[in-house]
Design a protein around this ligand. Sequence first.
Ligand code: 13P
Length: 255
Amino acid sequence: MSRTPFVGGNWKMNTGPESGPALAREVAAGAAEHPGCEVAVFPPFPFLLAVGRALAGSAVKLGAQDCYFEPDGAFTGEVSLGMLKDCGVSVVLTGHSERRHVLGETDALINAKTRAVLAAGLECVLCIGEKLEQREAGQTDAVNERQLRAGLAGVSAEQMARVTIAYEPVWAIGTGKVATTADAQDAHAKCRGVLAAMFGSAVAQATRIQYGGSLKPGNAAELLAQPDIDGGLVGGASLKASDFVPIIAAAAGRV
Ligand code: 13P
């Protein structure tokens, strides 16, 4: 089963009203050279509209880094999926490690958000991954399985067509430490096994699993050539088109 590679640029709490759209224009131009790879950028909320305008006419998708699961009401500081759709967002991250471990999001909240994204008709990138102490304690596979099962509870096999998994080992995010190719491939294959147990093998084979964690132009080709690694979710290296576009090229050239 061939899966179209998918590379996302998670800008986190970076860029500004001018640098965001400028980066988006450069990404759109670069991505157009590599049509074999699907691309999305995830700017901060205040710049969604401006980045969306910068992406107009390009195939690059506009993504949101987070959402709230309620449609409206007294939820100070939160942003609904209807609002994100009005901004042109088509794909939303849930469960990013910084939201789990810095902002304290639980598996239950992440599941509510994931189900709300899918109920709103959008695509979802559910992020999972173990912390260093969990890896060292031999718990990597158990943590990933728990986060997959909890995050995807109540999601149907049909909705899985709009789900991407991002495996981002927490100890590799923003640290310059990258999982070895063998460790990353092994974790991805295990995650696919969990998806097969949950949804059947056809869904598992069709679901894209991105790698995230210090992905750079220099390590992307080897990681993205692995059979179960279907693209990447990129943080730091997505902030410069000269770093991000070569990662897109590596994903598009995956054999
Ligand atoms: P870095 O690429 O900066 O390690 O961040 C990865 C990440 O968290 C993407 O969501």
